[in-house]
Design a protein around this ligand. Structure first.
Ligand code: DC
Length: 235
């Protein structure tokens, strides 16, 4: 039987999003990129709190925020539209904001690992992700989908690639969007995010014991997809 819940985990720029998105398309499943949720909370913290330093305030903001991922509303290269609604504490009608591109910027990248290390934020977001995942027919990608969010997933894939390959991919993605960042900064930022993601106390990045690990350094997207389709077929 085709697996209903497919978990894909891996470090920054290991190919999770491109591969997970296409796999979901091909299977007719929902694609859920869990990193978007952490990015959205980080963006809101920078916007409304000025920084992501105060863990308790960020956790409180995460609990009040409603983050929604919808089909693309603008044809500008996005694969989904990410919207944030923050319930105003004073009861005034909450404002809805399209944060699709803002969550991909350098400022968010610089603070997102910090936010993802806050236990109370993880708890709030993990519960929301689980609710979506348990409906099934879903490809969910992130860092702890197979280990924490949905340990009952029918198929778990862990994607890896060398840090240089991943930095190069991220660099090309950013250039293609017309933004200007240098490769060395991206490599440094990526190493730091790897360090924080793998060493944090709660839900650190690691492969589940029953995950299949694929090193994508020398593989094209099509080759990785073919390998995952083989795994889907034998489940
Ligand atoms: O995959 P990404 O680069 O969009 O993830 C952004 C950040 O969120 C990254 O620092 C790791 C964190 N994250 C996480 O801790 N758990 C997840 N399930 C997904 C992302």
């Amino acid at each position: 039987m085709t697996p209903s819940i497919i978990a894909i985990d891996g470090p920054v720029a290991s190919g999770k999003t491109s591969i997970g998105g296409r796999l979901a398309d091909e299977l007719g499943y929902l694609f859920f990129d869990t990193g978007v949720m952490y990015r959205a909370v980080t963006y809101l913290a920078l916007r409304y709190l000025g920084s992501a330093q105060d863990a308790a305030a960020v956790a409180e903001l995460a609990a009040r925020a409603h983050i929604d991922v919808r089909a693309p509303t603008v044809a500008d290269g996005r694969d989904s539209t990410v919207v944030a609604v923050v319930a105003a504490p004073d009861g005034v009608t909450p404002v809805e904001e399209d944060i699709t591109w803002a969550i991909r910027g350098g400022e968010v990248e610089g603070s997102v690992s910090l936010v993802a290390a806050i236990g109370a934020v993880r708890q709030t977001l993990t519960e929301q992700m689980r609710r979506v995942g348990r409906r099934g027919r879903v490809v969910m990608v992130g860092r702890d989908v197979g280990t924490v969010i949905l340990p009952e997933a029918d198929l778990k894939v862990f994607l890896t690639a060398s840090v240089e390959t991943r930095a190069q991919r991220r660099y090309e993605e950013i250039l293609a969007r017309g933004e200007d960042r240098n490769y060395k900064d991206i490599l440094t930022n990526l190493r730091e995010r790897d360090r924080i993601d793998t060493s944090r106390a709660i839900a650190p990045l690691r492969a589940a014991a029953d995950a299949v690990t694929l090193d994508t350094s020398d593989l094209s997207i099509d080759e990785v997809l073919a390998a995952i389709h083989d795994l889907v077929a034998v489940r």
